[in-house]
Write a protein that binds this ligand. Structure first.
Ligand code: SF4
Length: 65
């Protein structure tokens, strides 16, 4: 491995690390929405569909009542 390859590999690893850290941050902070979760709102009780909604988020809220 020559000097140029060493720097290129370092840049690649740095970019990969940044992507990994950013992904971890977004998952931990719940910024990534899974398909089972609602994208309408995070507050079901303020939603007009709440009484008829069968999404996991609404069901969890109904159980807590
Ligand atoms: S009631 Fe249903 S549609 Fe409304 S915010 Fe909750 S999960 Fe989304």
């Amino acid at each position: 491995m020559n000097r140029k390859d060493f720097f290129i590999q370092g840049i690649r690893l740095t970019i990969l690390s940044v992507i990994g850290l950013l992904s971890t941050f977004l998952i931990v902070e719940n910024k990534v929405v899974s398909p089972d979760n609602c994208s309408v709102s995070t507050l079901c009780k303020n939603c007009g569909k709440y009484s008829q909604c069968d999404l996991p988020q609404a069901n969890k809220e109904k159980k807590n009542e």
